[in-house]
Design a protein around this ligand. Structure first.
Ligand code: FAD
Length: 390
C-alpha cells in the first residue's frame, strides 16, 4: 500500500470539516478531506441551523452563502417561559446588525459547501471511511477505505471533525458528557400565521420549543423526553399538529401541515483538552451542545476559522504545522469562546427546564429584566451573534 503525504488531513467532512478545508483552499497547504458519507443527495439531514451574523459573514467570504438555495433572516427573537411570567424580545438594533441571524437547512449547507469545494485544490474524498489513526512526534497516520480499497496517508496535522466518534479513542483526551434525557423533534411546519422573521423560543418544563422562520413557513425544534419523542414521531399529521398547538400555545394560530419528522437524542459532550500530539479537534468533535441557543455549528465554524488562521500564520512565519506550540495557540484562542458557548447553553437548559414554580417565576423575572435594560440586552444579543468576544 503506497502512502501519500499531506500537510493537513481532515477526518469528517460535515459542515465544520468542510469549512476548514474551504478556508485553507488554494493557499498552497496540501489538504486532504475524508468524508464517510456519499454525495450531498444522500445526506438527508432535515435539521434547521440558525446561523449568527458572524457565521453568515464567514460563509459569504468562503463563497458558500451565495450557493444556498434558501436563507431566511431572523428579524427578532421572541423568548417566553410557559407557566411563568415574563418574556423578552431581541431585535437587530440590540446587537447593531441588520438581522439577528439566518435560518438555513443542514442539507442545503452541506450541498453548498460540497459544490464550493469542487473549485478548490483540496483532495476531497466522499465515501471514505477512516478506520484507524495514530500519531508520532512528527506525523499523523491515517488508514481509510475508499472505493473498496484500503489506503494510507501521513500528514503534519490531523484534524478530527468527525463529530466525536474517533476522538473517543484518544487516551489523553477526556470527554465530559451529560445526557439531557431529551430528544429534539425537527420538522417544517405551516401555521395559520405566515412567518414574519420572528424566531420563537418558548421554554417549558419538558424543554424548549423553537419555531424558526424558514421560507414562508417555520422550522420546528421541539425538545421532549425520549418516551414522548417515540410517541410523537409515530403520530399521524393531525394528532401531531394538535399536540404541538397544545404545547406551544395560540401565538401563531393553528398549525396546518407538517413535513417529514426526525428525532435527535440530545447530550452535552466536550473534550479536554481539544488537542493531542499532532491532532486538533474542531466542531462537534470538540463540543456537542444542546441546540437550544443555536450555538453548535456557529462555535464549530469559529473553531475551523481560527485553526485555519493559526495554520496560515504558522506557514507565513516559515514554522512547522502541527507542533505543540501551534496547537497550544489554537487551544488558547478557542478556550473562552468555547467555554462561554457551552456554559451559556447548558445553563439555559438547567434554569428553564424545571417544574419549580419559584425558579420559574425567577426566570420570568429575568426575561422581563432583560427587556427593561437595553445595555444587558445588547450584551446578550451580541454574544449570541458573535460569540464570547461579542
Ligand atoms: C436538532 C438540532 C438542531 C441544531 N440547530 C443548530 C442551530 O440552530 N445552530 C447551530 O449553530 N447549531 C445547531 N445544531 C448543531 C449542529 O448541527 C452541529 O454543531 C454541527 O452539525 C456540527 O458539525 P460537524 O461538522 O462538527 O459535525 P457533523 O455534522 O456531525 O459531521 C461530522 C462528519 O464526520 C463524518 N465522519 C464520522 N466518522 C467518520 C469516519 N470514521 N470517517 C470519515 N468521516 C467520518 C460524518 O459522516 C459527518 O459528515 C443543531 C443540532 C441538532 C441536533
Amino acid at each position: 500500500m503506497t502512502t501519500v503525504n499531506y500537510d493537513i488531513a481532515i477526518i469528517g467532512g460535515g459542515p465544520v470539516g468542510m469549512a476548514l478545508a474551504l478556508v485553507l483552499k488554494n493557499s498552497g497547504i496540501s489538504t486532504l478531506l475524508l468524508e464517510a458519507r456519499g454525495l450531498p443527495e444522500t445526506v438527508e439531514d432535515p435539521r434547521p441551523l440558525a446561523l449568527s451574523h458572524g457565521s453568515h459573514l464567514i460563509l459569504r467570504r468562503l463563497g458558500v452563502w451565495q450557493k444556498l438555495t434558501q436563507n431566511t433572516p431572523i428579524t427578532s427573537i421572541h423568548i417566553s417561559n410557559r407557566g411563568g411570567l415574563g418574556r423578552t424580545i431581541l431585535n437587530p438594533e440590540d446587537a447593531g446588525v441588520d438581522a439577528l441571524g439566518y435560518v438555513v437547512n443542514y442539507h442545503d449547507l452541506f450541498r453548498s459547501m460540497y459544490e464550493t469545494l469542487q473549485d478548490s485544490d483540496t483532495d476531497y474524498l466522499t465515501g471514505a471511511i477512516v478506520s484507524q489513526f495514530d500519531t508520532d512526534a512528527d506525523y499523523g497516520h491515517v488508514q481509510f477505505k475508499h472505493d473498496g480499497v484500503e489506503k494510507k496517508i501521513v500528514s503534519k496535522l490531523l484534524v478530527l471533525a468527525d463529530g466525536g466518534r474517533l476522538s473517543a479513542q484518544l487516551n489523553d483526551i477526556t470527554y465530559q458528557t451529560h445526557d439531557y434525557e431529551q430528544w429534539a423533534i425537527v420538522a417544517n411546519i405551516k401555521a395559520e400565521t405566515i412567518q414574519s422573521g420572528i424566531a420563537y423560543e418558548r421554554f417549558t418544563s419538558d424543554g424548549p420549543v423553537a419555531l424558526l422562520p424558514s421560507g414562508k413557513d417555520f422550522a420546528l425544534v421541539w425538545t421532549v423526553s425520549p418516551k414522548a419523542a417515540k410517541e410523537i414521531l409515530a403520530l399521524g399529521d393531525f394528532p401531531f399538529l394538535t399536540r404541538l398547538h397544545k404545547h406551544f400555545g395560540d401565538r401563531l394560530g393553528k398549525f396546518i401541515s407538517a413535513g417529514k419528522r426526525s428525532g435527535f437524542p440530545l447530550a452535552l459532550k466536550y473534550a479536554t483538552p481539544t488537542t493531542s500530539q499532532r491532532i486538533a479537534l474542531i466542531g462537534n468533535a470538540a463540543q456537542t451542545l444542546h441546540p437550544v441557543a443555536g450555538q453548535g455549528f456557529n462555535l464549530g465554524l469559529r473553531d475551523a476559522h481560527e485553526l485555519a488562521n493559526e495554520v496560515l500564520m504558522t506557514v507565513n512565519t516559515s514554522k512547522e504545522i502541527g507542533t505543540e506550540a501551534m496547537l497550544a495557540r489554537y487551544r488558547k484562542q478557542r478556550q473562552i469562546d468555547s467555554n462561554a458557548g457551552r456554559i451559556f447553553t447548558d445553563s439555559l437548559i438547567k434554569l428553564f427546564s424545571n417544574d419549580n414554580p419559584l425558579l420559574k417565576h425567577a426566570c420570568g423575572l429575568g426575561l422581563s429584566t432583560l427587556d427593561c435594560f437595553p445595555p444587558i440586552k445588547r450584551f446578550v444579543a451580541r454574544r449570541m451573534i458573535f460569540g464570547a468576544r461579542g
